[in-house]
Design a protein around this ligand. Structure first.
Ligand code: ADP
Length: 261
């Protein structure tokens, strides 16, 4: 730690007391390290699709594909795919920054769990239909003290993951049940599952179970970090239980009333 003293004088400029300030430097260093690490990960994540786009455009620019429209079209498609990924990354990074900086002023209200679940499902129904996955609500009772948009975003992220990592013709079950002073939400899938040693890590930014999850599934590795930030700011908890090849269940709790925060 670092101790600093400042002398405080009264209106007649006579010394009257000292103010002692102790700053914990180790904590400050840890924050600086985390920031540096975050910046290096972000730069790496952004550079990958950007380098790919640059590469495809560079090839097109040489003119070697001028007489090969099929090849040229393929290069353009690749450049577009990578641009989309870049946009998703930038959006997710900004969203996470916004959430975790504490700058977001949540407008809290009493929300019916059933309404939140139904709205999240409505937004994801067409994607689920396309993947031939059935979305089922097993129970949805109780109400929470929360910002509805933040709740719908959390449920949407969890649903989106469940759909991404589940086979066709499988079922995703959503539920919300009141317990004492909170509501327990569950999003349960019959997907590929998550290895035990990754169950905590996946809530950290840019962490994915498989390196191919970014490329093949289009993920950024930021979805769960955003969910966790939202849930913690609402005074709740989020965790996952999973069995390889059987499926995963994501759980989160949200207080039912402001007094229980
Ligand atoms: P993204 O989905 O964009 O990659 P997330 O932070 O939402 O990022 O998820 C991080 C990782 O956790 C995923 O890449 C995947 O490896 C794993 N994961 C998340 N949800 C599930 C799920 N329902 N089933 C299996 N794996 C999952």
């Amino acid at each position: 730690g670092r101790l600093s003293l400042s002398l405080v004088r009264d209106v007649e400029d006579c010394p009257c007391y000292y103010v002692a300030q102790i700053q914990d430097i180790t904590e400050q260093h840890a924050i600086d390290r985390m920031k540096n690490e975050f910046i290096s990960i972000v730069s790496h994540e952004l550079r990958t699709p950007l380098t790919a786009i640059r590469g495809f455009l560079g090839l097109l620019d040489t003119g070697i594909y001028d007489n090969k429209p099929d090849k040229a079209k393929h290069m353009i498609t690749q450049a577009l795919t990578n641009s989309d990924r870049l946009v998703r990354l930038v959006n997710d990074i900004l969203e996470l920054e916004r959430q975790s900086s504490g700058r977001v002023q949540w407008v809290m209200e009493v929300c019916q769990a059933a309404t939140l679940i139904n709205q999240a499902i409505a937004g994801m129904q067409s994607i689920a239909d396309e993947a031939l996955i059935n979305l089922v609500v097993s129970s949805a009772t109780g109400s929470v003290w929360a910002a509805p948009d933040a709740m719908i975003q959390t449920l949407t992220n969890l649903l989106s993951n469940a759909i991404k990592f589940s086979p066709p013709h499988s079922i995703i079950t959503l539920s919300a049940q009141p317990h004492l002073n909170h509501v327990l939400f569950q999003v349960k899938d019959q997907g590929r599952g998550i290895p035990d040693d990754k169950l905590e890590m996946i809530f950290e930014r840019f962490q994915q179970v498989d390196v191919s999850d970014a490329r093949q599934k289009g993920g950024t590795g930021l979805g769960l970090a955003i969910c966790q930030s939202i849930i913690h700011q609402h005074g709740g908890k989020i965790w996952v239980e999973s069995h390889i090849g059987v499926g995963s269940t994501f759980y989160f709790t949200i207080p039912s009333s402001p007094s229980s925060l």
